[in-house]
Design a protein around this ligand. Structure first.
Ligand code: AR6
Length: 172
């Protein structure tokens, strides 16, 4: 079974086979963890993303899907880019948030990645309430049929770490 671990820290400093990026459909970078990963990972990641846009992903990467590139100068072999849903009070988009986790792990399996580090997808710019995102993310990973041995959630601040820890405690 996949081991789920939580750490508080900066995802760009993490060491793992694959690091998941909370990207946007353009794949061309942005703010938040996306901007930070591109800054520390260097231009090779953006170059690979541009190639994806010039090829199969001409219209961009749909919400809930995932695709891998080189990790550039990061301490990882791959970055797996996924696009979280923007939070909506009026529409239940939780299946898309779960899909980000399932699809990222599916891509990780295709690559042969055994350790995968995730941020709290959609909980920043995209506005998803932390407790609810933690519930969906952890349930999705727990339910995933994957060869990945460790999924590590790298939570940026106290609040995010506390939300994930509380929910993981309830799952155990
Ligand atoms: N390490 C770990 N977590 C981080 C880091 C970091 N270095 N920096 C931020 N976070 P966000 P989203 C946390 O906004 O909500 C971008 O512009 C942050 O505190 O990065 O999925 C993309 O291009 C929050 O808990 O991603 C998209 O346009 C979590 O990472 C859009 O934002 C996710 O926040 C995606 O929005």
């Amino acid at each position: 079974m996949t081991d789920i671990t939580l750490v508080q820290g900066d995802l760009t400093r993490e060491s793992a086979d694959a690091i998941v990026n909370a990207a946007n459909s353009s794949l061309l970078g942005g703010g938040g963890v996306d901007g930070a990963l591109h800054r520390r990972g260097g231009p090779a990641i953006l170059a690979a993303c541009r190639e994806l846009r010039a090829g199969h992903y001409g219209k961009g990467l749909p919400t809930g899907r995932a695709v891998a590139t080189t990790a550039g100068d990061l301490d990882a072999r791959w970055v797996i880019h996924t696009v979280g849903p923007v939070w909506s009070a009026g529409e239940d988009r939780s299946a898309l948030l779960a899909s980000c986790h399932h699809e990222s792990l599916r891509v990780a399996d295709q690559l042969g990645a055994r350790t995968v580090a995730f941020p709290a997808i959609s909980t920043g710019v995209y506005g998803w309430p932390l407790e609810d995102a933690a519930r969906i993310a952890l349930a999705a990973v727990r339910a995933a049929d994957t060869e990945v041995e460790e999924v590590r959630f790298v939570l940026f601040d106290d609040r995010a770490h506390a939300a994930f820890a509380a929910r993981l405690g309830r799952l155990r």
